[in-house]
Ligand binder design. Structure first.
Ligand SMILES: N[C@@H](CCC(=O)N[C@@H](CS)C(=O)NCC(=O)O)C(=O)O
Length: 347
């Protein structure tokens, strides 16, 4: 009886020592393969978009800019201390799986929907959702159409290799509609086909519709129909099998959401560096609080991310507000404001 008690006590003691040792062992972190190669080449290679203004777009200065690109930049800031140390590989919808599996990119941030089959077969780990979207349909205002059903007997353009293509097929057959689906390899060819009249409507994520509508000569010539066909949770992803890197991507996004919650921005971050608030100290890795060291990177990684890229709200405002994608009252508001953006604690 007594022996059993002593044994139990020893086991319990070892467990406690083991746990605290694990929490303290933040300095002896062996870098995973992806962090090692990023450090060696001095830049992060990010699979992105080049054609969707606001999300991922190659601007006239030859720079990739947008909401999705900013998350690539944030991860580069976390690992290399430099948000500009990013090289973007533009990918069409159908190219994504191979790019993820071939090892040619370190991560992807390209309006990519988190789905079961992608999670299981792409060899990828999805990070947190950065934009909660849904699929919609755009058509010409001159038709006076106010629902998808009224497009019966017409043609609709869609991009291949997307959830969009699968969802519209389901929708058309479930609703017994006679809509001819025409597929195209990328966003520009789909949009051009719609503009040239090959199809009376086109479909993609509602964010993508808003983005392309702004590129139209006269945006009010085009309407986005009210139906939302699907859930499209969009976010970054990274190759599976590298837990450290997946955790970095995850906590960079969570850190940006948390920074917004605490009101820390790229403009005011310096005023938080002597904060007495233990939550803020942990987020920023101040004093003897472990933050990045849990992930095997600079303990103050979130200072670099916030200073160079901003908090989630700043990234949203900079890139998506110009598209007219109002955040207030949407799923993309912070959880404290009725939305779905919620980060687990930094501790
Ligand atoms: N979220 C959907 C659709 C994403 C998607 O590829 N959308 C198109 C239309 S906006 C796009 O970004 N195309 C850019 C390109 O191919 O250049 C998915 O993950 O399959």
């Amino acid at each position: 009886m007594r022996k059993a008690l002593v044994f139990t006590l020893i086991v319990a003691l070892l467990a406690v020592v083991g746990v605290s040792a694990q929490e303290d062992e933040t300095e002896e972190f062996t870098p995973g393969e992806i962090v090692a190669r990023i450090l060696e080449r001095g830049e992060l290679i990010c699979g992105g978009n080049q054609a969707v203004q606001g999300f991922g777009f190659l601007n006239e200065a030859g720079e990739y800019v947008g909401f999705d690109i900013d998350f690539c930049r944030a991860v580069a800031a976390a690992i290399l201390g430099d948000a500009n140390a990013v090289s973007v590989r533009p990918l069409t919808g159908a190219e994504r799986q191979a790019a993820m599996q071939s090892g040619e990119i370190d991560m992807m941030s390209r309006n990519t929907t988190f789905t079961l089959s992608r999670d299981a077969t792409w060899g990828a780990v999805f990070g947190p959702t950065t934009f909660y979207d849904g699929q919609g349909v755009m058509t010409r205002a001159e038709y006076g159409v106010s629902s998808i059903a009224e497009l019966d007997g017409t043609a609709m353009c869609v991009q291949a290799g997307t959830t969009t293509e699968l969802n519209i097929g389901d929708y058309v057959s479930a609703n017994g509609l006679d809509i001819e689906i025409l597929t195209f390899p990328d966003a520009n060819s789909t949009w051009d086909a719609y503009l040239s009249g090959r199809c009376e409507s086109w479909t993609t994520d509602k964010s993508g519709l808003a983005s392309f509508r702004l590129q139209a000569e006269n945006p009010s010539d085009h309407v986005i129909l009210p139906e939302t066909l699907s859930k499209e949770p969009l976010g970054p992803l990274s190759p599976s099998g590298d837990e450290q890197f997946a955790e970095i991507v995850r906590w960079v996004v969570y850190g940006m959401i948390t920074a917004e919650e605490y009101g820390i921005t790229s403009e005011n971050i310096d005023s938080f560096l002597d904060s007495e608030d233990p939550n803020i100290q942990r987020l920023l890795g101040l004093g003897d609080n472990a933050s990045g060291s849990y992930l095997g990177i600079n303990n103050q990684f979130m200072v670099d991310v916030i200073r160079q890229v901003g908090n989630y709200g700043e990234v949203y405002e900079r890139n998506l507000a110009p598209l007219g994608l109002d955040r207030e009252g949407s799923l993309n508001a912070l959880w404290t404001e009725g939305g779905l953006l919620y980060a687990p604690p930094f501790r």
